[in-house]
Design a protein around this ligand. Structure first.
Ligand code: GUN
Ligand code: FE
Length: 475
């Protein structure tokens, strides 16, 4: 029997979210992964006898015993990022949104008319995100059909789970980077067909009886860039395409005050920014809206009622001076929330960074509520900043729920697929120092605040090893 046909059993510390406030630390855990990538079982606190006889009990499996400074966590889920923008990540952060788009973004994105250039960039960005532990990502590409197909090919070759959108924009763009409406709709149709037809349908070949329904690795997602860049007929056509093919939708919402004013002037018949998307039937339970910073209570209620969620992109919200998103307010209202890097509005290709900046954003909210810094903010000394269990939930299960993948990934419930990270906080020359007083809980927290690529010894998607700082199967 070769390794491909063997189940793998991991023994050691396993950490995952059961619910938003419910972070589970399993100390003596056993997690078994079926060769088809599904989690076969998860056992808690196995006894000494089992520990001593693992290799006999699981003689038909590979057994991996983790060290005391290692633990398994679910893979990170990035609910909003722009693959082409990776080329200028970490630069051009001196302008607010609308100027930033016309000065840096559109010129860079227009270069993806060249498939050769696109292929080189897309290989690098996917590899970078996987090394940072992003096992699932909702990607914006560009308006170019061929380059966007190549992004799908690269994602599949590298084994990331992804939603990929060909960007739609038929107005308010520069002459060199705008589409005609018919081309925009036609190429989106072509793109959807390409993605749906080119992934082998694993449901036909799977013969394992104890596993959940197989899922596709790459899903096409309808991607109107934002209300500013789409005419009303284009928004109409895109919502029709989404419902015809039962597809998810992604866009930007209420990111920057000037953008909100512009949307209001372009769509005067709609009460507010959220109502524009609602009017064109783009707010569905499968819609992901990035940012959602400057929303009224009425707008938040619409999102909740439609089942539409928000991708919280704190790095970008600070870097482009867009504002501070009050995630607690969204959560309290029952709106789904996940984390996003929003590369390159956000400069870091890492959900660990999003975790840190989400904590800072939450504290900035609290400071505002304490000081009543602005008239429109009521003083609230009892405002609760995000906790470690909550922010980790947003990085994993919250993202899975936002993408409607909660039955597939996000935690280690048996039957789900094994998208996971093997974290090592004791890695030689790594970013973390371990002291005698440290506990499993404190090491987990240190990883969230101090960890980096070096701390991720292995990264798996659907049970397949796709990245990691360890060069071998010895972790
Ligand atoms: N709004 C419209 N396009 C974009 C983009 O590329 N990035 C961000 N952050 N906001 C946008
Ligand atoms: Fe964005």
């Amino acid at each position: 029997m070769n390794n491909e046909t063997l189940a793998t059993v991991y023994h050691g510390i396993i950490i995952h979210s059961l619910d938003i406030g419910n972070l589970e630390f399993i100390r003596n855990g056993l997690l078994a992964v079926h060769p088809d990538g599904h989690i076969a079982f998860l056992e808690r606190d196995v006894g000494q006898l089992v520990k001593e006889h693992l290799f006999i009990i699981f003689s038909y499996s590979q057994v991996v015993t983790l060290s005391e400074h290692q633990f398994l966590i679910p893979g990170f889920i990035d609910t909003h990022a722009h693959a082409p923008q990776y080329v200028y990540a970490g630069t051009g952060l001196d302008l607010p949104l609308l100027n930033w788009l016309s000065t840096y973004t559109f010129p860079r994105e227009s270069a993806f008319s060249s498939p050769t250039y696109a292929l080189d960039v897309y290989k690098r960005v996917i590899s970078r995100f996987l090394r940072n532990g992003t096992t699932t990502c909702a990607w914006f590409a560009t308006i170019h059909l061929e380059a966007t197909k190549l992004l799908v090919d690269v994602i599949r070759a590298n084994g990331q789970r992804a939603f990929v959108g060909k960007v739609n924009m038929d107005t308010c763009g520069p002459d060199y980077y705008v589409e005609k409406i018919d081309d925009s709709v036609e190429s989106t149709r072509d793109f959807i067909q390409y993605v749906l037809d080119s992934e082998p349908d694993t449901s036909k070949s799977s013969n394992s009886s104890n596993t959940a329904k197989p899922t596709r690795l790459v899903t096409p997602i309808i991607t109107p860039r934002f209300a500013v860049s789409c005419t009303a007929p284009l928004l109409d056509s895109l919502s029709t395409l989404a419902s015809e093919h039962d597809l998810p939708i992604q866009s930007h919402l209420s990111e920057n005050p000037s953008e909100c004013e512009l949307v209001q002037s372009l769509f005067p018949h709609c009460r507010d920014y959220t109502s524009v998307y609602d009017h064109y039937k783009l707010l569905t339970p499968r819609t992901i809206m990035a940012h959602g910073i400057h929303l009224s209570s009425e707008e938040i209620a619409i999102l909740r009622d439609r089942g539409t969620g928000i991708s919280h992109c704190p790095n970008s919200n600070f870097a482009l001076q867009s504002g501070v998103c009050d995630v607690r307010r969204l959560l309290n209202a029952g709106v789904k929330v996940g984390l996003g890097t929003d590369v390159a509005g956000g400069y870091a290709p890492s959900i660990l960074d999003a975790v840190r900046q989400a904590m800072t954003a939450s504290k900035a909210c609290k400071i505002q509520y304490l000081a009543r810094a602005e008239e429109r903010v009521e003083r609230d000394p009892d405002y609760n900043v995000l906790t470690i269990p909550e922010v980790f939930y947003l990085a994993t299960m919250g993202g899975a729920k936002l993408l409607n993948l909660e039955d597939v990934v996000g935690n280690f419930v048996p039957g789900k697929e094994f998208d996971a990270l093997l974290v090592d906080v004791g890695v030689a020359d790594g970013p973390i120092d371990v002291f005698d007083h440290d506990t499993t809980e404190s090491l987990f927290e240190k990883f969230l605040y101090l960890g980096d690529e070096r701390s991720l010894r292995a990264v798996w998607v659907k049970g397949r090893r796709v990245a990691g700082s360890s060069n071998s199967d010895e972790f």
